[in-house]
Design a protein around this ligand. Structure first.
Ligand SMILES: *Cc1c(COP(=O)(O)O)cnc(C)c1O
Length: 350
């Protein structure tokens, strides 16, 4: 701590992202990146941007990307917000939509960035326990709140909440914003974006980091009622007018336009997930039902931290959370077939 800090900085508890190791040879199954590269059309669009034009500021509104997203989902461009990764989009939503003097509600086992943003923006929260099967209990969310947020599928469990349950949640909370964080929706769920015209309190966030394989580009988005989007635009334009650079706007728009590549690579990840689940179960693991590009698994009589350390010695890294209820689970990203096989071989050898 330094006397130069604004006083609140000493109380911040920042988010800790999964390790990005310097060693290239590791089988990296710890941060839910896509094993396949970005769309070749996205790469070409970015290459075309790489020139003299970079002396000029980008479009502050990212209109080309907003239109590509709007076209993809059949909504209007004024229902779309874009930002520098969905983490930034979520931060603006916490800042602009969740500060109402009542607690924000989210599951006890969920994306660990949510309590961090609550700390940054001074928002109280209640973490509501998932049930014994690690599912969200929608009934629990019918209580006074300043907003509701959860990932769907949930992270790090991979469990999906049906759209019908999300509608029950929306109807029970018409006066607060329900933010559905769909970072993994393309790997097995149906997007709640189909509901935004019916529910003005619904905001859906997505990222291009996972299913569109652009984690390094930093692009995220939100879709909802134009009034919700307007709040996010006000925050953004009071913070950073140009969160997306020229390459990000061009690359992300092209990625949304290349539906065929996107669908093919998602299908490959989903097929590999089935193979990984089968392989883990054959080794005695219990695996939660996953609709994501990762699985959450535990072994009934082997310690998760010990398994993670043993895998690391063999060059395979997975994610382990030292947290109540999930300390005996490992979160394992679905990789390319040869990476998945390396994981199963390493587990076999432990
Ligand atoms: C990966 C992830 C994000 C963040 O995505 P970025 O766009 O890379 O910032 C947000 N929410 C959840 C649940 C995630 O897993």
């Amino acid at each position: 701590m330094s006397k130069f800090w604004s006083p609140f900085v000493k109380d911040l508890v920042p988010y800790v992202p999964g390790e990005q190791p310097k060693l290239a040879k590791l089988v990296k199954l710890n941060t839910n990146e896509n094993p396949y590269g970005p769309s070749p059309k996205a790469l070409a669009a970015m290459q075309a941007e790489l020139g003299d034009n970079l002396r000029l500021y980008p479009d502050p509104n990212g209109e080309r990307l907003k239109q590509a997203v709007a076209d993809y989902y059949g909504v209007q461009a004024n229902q779309v917000f874009v930002g520098n990764g969905s983490d930034e989009v979520l931060a603006h939503a916490f800042h602009g939509l969740f500060q109402h003097g009542k607690p924000l509600l989210f599951p006890d086992v969920t994306y660990s960035f949510y309590p961090v943003y609550c700390g940054l923006y001074g928002i109280d929260f209640e973490a509501l326990p998932l049930d014994e099967q690690f599912q969200i209990r929608v009934e629990d969310y019918a209580r006074p709140n300043g907003g509701i947020i959860f990932p769907n599928p949930n992270a790090p469990t991979g469990c999906l909440l049906a759209l019908e349950a999300i509608e029950r949640l929306l109807r029970a909370n018409p006066d607060t914003v329900v933010l559905v964080d769909e970072a993994y929706i393309d790997f097995g769920g149906e997007s709640a974006i189909s509901l935004v015209n019916q529910y003005p309190n619904l905001l859906v966030a997505q990222t291009l980091s996972k299913s569109r394989s652009l984690a390094g580009l930093r692009v995220g988005l939100a879709v909802g009622h134009p009034e919700l989007i307007e709040a996010l635009e006000r925050i953004k334009n009071s913070f950073n007018s140009y969160p997306l650079d020229r390459m990000a706007i061009a690359g992300a728009a092209a990625a949304f336009e290349d539906r065929a590549y996107f669908e093919q690579t998602c299908a490959q990840v989903i097929a590999s997930r089935t193979a990984v689940v089968d392989g883990l179960e054959a080794l005695g693991f219990e695996v939660l039902p996953s609709a994501a590009n990762f699985v959450f698994a535990r072994h009934p009589d082997r310690d998760a931290a010990t398994i993670a350390a043993g895998l690391r010695e063999q060059g395979v890294i997975v994610r382990h959370f030292k947290q109540a209820r999930i300390a005996q689970f490992l979160r394992i990203t679905i990789g390319a077939p040869e990476q998945n096989q390396a994981l199963l071989d390493a587990l076999q050898g432990l």
